[in-house]
Design a binder for this molecule. Structure first.
Ligand SMILES: Nc1ncnc2c1ncn2[C@@H]1O[C@H](COP(=O)(O)OP(=O)(O)O)[C@@H](O)[C@H]1O
Ligand SMILES: [Mg+2]
Length: 349
């Protein structure tokens, strides 16, 4: 994979070319002070008051590390531009940086979703996401050329929020301007309709590709994400580099780059369109797997302990601490605290 290929997959490169076939979006250049803020590990996201930054919450933690709190009010012009764009897009947006969405951080949002209504929602997701950090720090990872990294102008991509059905999303691997493979995108789940409609899904995607994408993207090797809606219409979702930075789902990169014919588990009826690519989907409920983004979350126990969500877990944890004799002089106080806490928690529930 060449650096040029990564550059071409930036949202602002392909969106103007394929606007008609994808979800309505707006692209905002990110000012340097906002990029510095996103880069900085030690800052927290604090909404503060809409108009008065003096109402920003203070950090009450005992931690030695002083976290610097940055309020969105500190970027007033950017905040206004983002809010205007969100309003134009109907009030709810799906945010991305040049290449990636913060898919690994949805658990941190109050609504457990990537749906954002304000700059504060966006910052919370971006600052919690390893995928966003990848875009910021190593966008050219796995590139084979030694040339200096091209300059990147970071941009905030806001896409109109759309309720996409995961079973209707497909990833197409395009080599020398031909689709060589199609994979179900949400491969952890088994969707009955895919097997039933295999032929029509495949031909709808091939037709869409032939009519709107083929030879029109600046590269001949790339990975295309598409969505087939309930009326059978195919939409473009994203372009990704043809290489290891892109998830190969039900294929392996070895297979995709070997040049060998991939086995297609289908018969392509309309051979005039293109030779049938290999089409893989999850066939049986036995293969249901956990979501790939689960590993980015913090352990459930940890969350329950910090929020006091599960009183019994908290009590067990405190018991364990006292049993281990940590701070023996404080044991009695901690048992006392535990009793008080357990009393308080029980009276809350
Ligand atoms: N506009 C949107 N509204 C709601 N969900 C979206 C939208 N665009 C994409 N998604 C969902 O988010 C997922 C990731 O989007 P994508 O643009 O491919 O990001 P990435 O390149 O980081 O994987 C998609 O598979 C889709 O389920
Ligand atoms: Mg992508």
């Amino acid at each position: 994979m060449k650096k040029e290929q990564v550059v071409n997959c930036q949202f602002s490169v392909w969106y103007p070319l394929f606007k008609k076939h994808t979800i309505k979006s707006l692209i905002l250049p990110i000012p340097q002070n906002v990029i510095d803020y996103l880069f900085d590990d030690g800052t927290l996201v604090v909404s503060g008051s809409e108009n008065n930054s003096s109402q920003t919450q203070t950090n009450n933690s005992d931690s030695d590390e002083e976290d610097v709190q940055v309020c969105v009010c500190q970027f007033p012009d950017f905040k206004i531009r983002v809010q205007e764009a969100i309003n134009v897009l109907g009030g709810r947006v799906f945010p991305k940086l040049n290449w990636s969405a913060p898919r690994d951080a949805n658990w941190i949002a109050l609504n457990s979703s990537l749906q954002c209504q304000s700059l504060c929602d966006i910052f919370l997701l971006f600052k919690s996401s390893d995928f966003i950090t990848h875009d910021l720090t190593q966008p050219f990872l796995h590139c084979s050329d030694d040339s200096p990294d091209p300059t990147i102008n970071y941009e905030l991509v806001l896409r109109k929020w759309s309720e996409l059905i995961p079973g209707a999303e497909f990833r197409c691997f395009v080599k020398e301007n031909k689709i060589i493979a199609i994979s179900q995108r949400d491969y952890t789940q088994h969707y009955q309709h895919i097997a039933k409609q295999e032929d029509s899904i495949s031909s709808a995607i091939l037709e869409f590709f032939r009519d709107h994408i083929q030879y029109q993207f600046p590269d001949e090797d790339f990975v295309l994400d598409v969505y087939r809606d309930s009326s059978g219409r195919v939409w473009l979702i994203d372009f990704n580099p043809f290489g290891e930075v892109t998830d190969s789902f039900l294929f392996t990169w070895e297979e995709l780059t070997s040049g060998k014919n991939l086995t297609a588990n289908q018969t392509q009826e309309d051979t005039a369109l293109q030779e049938g690519p290999a089409f893989r989907y999850t066939t049986s409920e036995v293969t249901v797997q956990p979501s790939p983004c689960l590993s980015y979350r913090i352990p459930r126990d940890f969350l329950d302990l910090t929020t006091g969500e599960d009183a019994y877990k908290l009590i067990d944890f405190l018991k364990l601490v006292s049993e281990m004799g940590i701070k023996t002089t404080e044991t009695r106080t901690s048992v006392e605290k535990e009793r008080k806490l357990s009393h308080r928690l029980h009276s809350c529930t």
